[in-house]
Ligand binder design. Structure first.
Ligand code: APR
Ligand code: PHB
Length: 390
């Protein structure tokens, strides 16, 4: 089989790129290791930058997002018994974010690919890229007993943190930068009315907590937990009790609890792999970088890679101009590192670190005090949260 662009990974990055390129007449195939049900069973963050929302519309996948997603013009930071509001709209010069679950967004992308007869192969086993430094790379995968070969011009590694693409870049070329945080987030999804129409990030001496939502009838809550904790250690009751302890009293009093419909623990990690290009292979999204979820940059960082790659590929095929492809790694990484900095800053300011003492706690308090006393500091937070320009 021959296509122009072979995309490894059918998560949001791979699907969005495939959809955008298809609309420009560029032929792609998406090779996904798992079934569609498996991919759509993952619950992940749900805050989209306005630039990402625009890209979804450009990909003709924005209809349900615009109908069911919620525009949020601010969020709260609870600390020291007070609730301070970050007015995103005011401090970013009129911008906002869209709250729309990643699972729903991925579903919309799959449906769009189906509508356009896009080639998406599920349960593709042993996906392996070959000859990435040549002008004729190819990818093989196993379908039962059969080995299938896909010849292509370019290979896109959009196969997430544990994928095969990054690993096919030689060790002497790839540089990896990593910070692993000494805690995780225990998340609960429940069919209950959210405690607040806007997100609440809470710094508390018992640990961080977040009140988020998917809709006005579906809530998503998180609490910081030690890495040694297991989901089985946490009954629903214990979760709700601990969440309430970490929220201001009036918020805790109005929290509506209910049975969890999903409960999981995610470790927090910051990670960047450089460069994001090796010959004819281009990495995108979680395959190249991971952020802790504080600040909701993960999916948005993936979207900026896709934006740069999409334009670079179109310039290559429509104008024979390779400058976008040649500059991809530098340009993508410049923005990726800004999202890394922002996520690290939010995480550091709001979590309880096991090895920190009163000095670090005082610095966190001062950081928040400064933030809410300075229009410029709020402006910096807001412009990062709604998304820096591509
Ligand atoms: N072969 C084929 N597909 C693979 C392989 C492989 N060897 N390894 C992993 N995959 C698939 C995974 O099953 C998954 O569906 O690649 C996909 C990668 O999807 P994501 O992990 O969701 O990554 P990405 O598409 O870059 O999405 C951006 O940023 O912070 C996050 O929450 C955010 O998940 C979102 C991500
Ligand atoms: C979520 O809704 O899952 C969510 C929202 C904001 C974050 C992280 C996660 O910063």
């Amino acid at each position: 089989m021959k296509v122009q662009v072979c995309i490894i990974g059918g998560g949001p990055s791979g699907l969005l790129l495939s959809q955008l390129l298809h609309l420009k007449g560029i032929d792609t195939i998406v090779l996904e290791k798992h079934s569609r049900e498996h991919v759509l069973a993952r619950i992940r963050a749900g805050v989209l930058e306005h630039g990402f929302a625009a890209l979804m519309r450009e990909a003709r996948c924005g209809e349900r997002m615009d109908r069911e997603g919620e525009i949020h013009e601010g969020f709260f930071i609870a600390h020291d018994g007070v609730m301070d509001r970050v007015d995103l709209h005011k401090h970013s010069g009129g911008s906002s974010v869209v709250v729309y679950g990643q699972t729903e967004l991925t579903r919309d992308l799959y449906e769009a690919r189906d509508r356009m007869d896009g080639k998406v192969v599920h349960d593709a086993a042993d996906v392996t890229p070959h000859d990435l430094k040549s002008d004729a790379p190819y990818v093989t995968y196993r379908d039962g007993d059969r080995i299938v070969r896909v010849d292509c011009d370019f290979v896109i590694g959009a196969d997430g943190f544990h994928g095969v693409s990054r690993k096919s870049i030689p060790k002497e070329i790839l540089r990896e930068h990593e910070r692993v945080y000494p805690f995780g987030w225990l998340g609960v999804l429940s069919r209950t009315k959210p405690v607040s129409p806007e997100l609440i990030y809470s710094r508390h001496e018992r640990g961080f907590a977040l009140c988020s939502l998917r809709s006005q009838v579906l809530s998503r809550y998180y609490i910081q937990v030690p890495l040694t904790d297991k989901v089985e250690d946490w009954s629903d009751e214990a979760f709700w009790d601990e969440l309430k302890r970490r929220l201001p009293a009036d918020v805790a009093a109005s929290l509506i609890t209910g049975p969890s419909i999903e409960k999981s623990i995610a470790p927090l990690r910051s990670f960047v792999a450089e460069p994001m290009r090796y010959g004819r292979l281009f990495l995108a999204g979680d395959a190249a970088h991971i952020v802790p979820p504080t600040g909701a940059r993960g999916l948005n960082s993936a979207a900026s890679d896709i934006y740069y790659l999409y334009h670079a590929m179109v310039d290559h095929y429509e104008k024979g101009d390779d400058s976008g492809l040649d500059d991809y790694s530098r340009k993508a990484l410049a923005r990726v590192w800004k999202a890394q900095r922002f996520s690290w800053w939010m995480t550091t300011m709001l979590h309880r670190f096991p090895d920190s003492g009163s000095y670090e706690a005082k610095l966190q308090e001062t950081e928040l005090e400064y933030l809410f006393s300075s229009e410029k500091a709020l402006g910096s937070l807001a412009e990062n949260y709604v998304g820096l320009p591509f």
